[in-house]
Design a protein around this ligand. Sequence first.
Ligand SMILES: [Zn+2]
Length: 423
Amino acid sequence: MSNTQALTKTLVFPLDVQSDNESLLHEGRLECRRVFNEVLRLNYDGWDWGKIQDTVEQNADLVRNTAQCIIDKAFDALNTYYDNDDWGRPWYKHEQFPMEMNYTEGYNLFFEDETVRFRISAKPYNHVEGEIRGTQDQFNLLRQATEDADWHIGIADVLCHQGREELHITVTNETAEIADKQDAQTVIGVDVNEDCVGLCAVTESGIEDSVVIEHPEVKTQRHEYFTIRKRMQSVGQTKFENEIQDEERQFVHDQLHQLSRDIVEWAEQFENPVIVFENLKDMRDSIDYGTRMNRRLHSVPFAQLQNFVSYKAAWDGIPSEKIDPAYTSQECVDCGHTTRSNRTGKRFQCVQCGFQDHADRKAALLIGARGLKKLNQNVPALNSPPIVRVRRQCNGLSEPADHNPVSTVRGHQTDGKTGSVRN
Ligand SMILES: [Zn+2]
């Protein structure tokens, strides 16, 4: 059995501009930014939204449909802000701003034998033309989106990334098939920490494999950016603060994308997997999980990582599930004894039965076990997990097991799929 769901994916294409007016793309983006800022300014001046819409649209030096896109984007930002009481007030943009366009209105694509040509209406009556560059897989997806009744091509952003013009096109599959989690055979427990992610694959018959993926960059970079921002605030350099914040957001965003790709890729090697996370809502509602939970919640953008993973998994037909996160770091998988003193840093040792493990792998194991239980499957004995493999995110190197901080490890090292694939 499977469920269907609408899923949207963004495909990134470098542009090979062949008309002699590439600079229009930059001008178009400046105009989009002006339009966005103008909506905010008029709103803060107390204008009625209907009047803002009419005035800004008429004065915009953009294709009408594109102006509408940008105005809607500004209204969306304002709505989000008003819905969330005073949090993250939208402010004027100074940095790069993408031009957002609707398919066949602001931009169009033309499929030829080997190539796909684009036409972007950067300004009214002014088209920028050329070819998009991409892989065969990307072109196939685009074609599918134009030909298949259940698919469509949506909004695209044109932006300049490291000096190169890019078109980011969204394609949606309205009826993507995702396996029913009740049919899952392998539960992938995911334990997210400030510097690593523990993954463990469990089935009714035991532990299939596990890995700990380290991602120290997210934590250190966020700390660095935090320090920079504080320093700027203390000397009153607030003008660049937004830029730094955007840079930080972009960095963390890229890291989380890579990490989520690693996680999904690892999960895919198992039979009918379901990915299981801790339920964030429960984590936030509880005041009793102690300093470790608080540190985790503040150091990794959990919700974002979970969303990325669930989304990428869904594209591959893999479902996700959430479990109660209570004491996942303190509970023994062998005897169930739960106490803070079971854990010291990265080391877990049960004070009651003596079971030992890498603390974050153990947490992933427990999350996997709770996943099995939630899906009404039998939970096997989990007291002899395989050797913990620890590897770094991105570089894909698998470190030898003797780097392992756990002194006694049992079982055999299995050769899972290692290395990171960028797609
Ligand atoms: Zn125990």
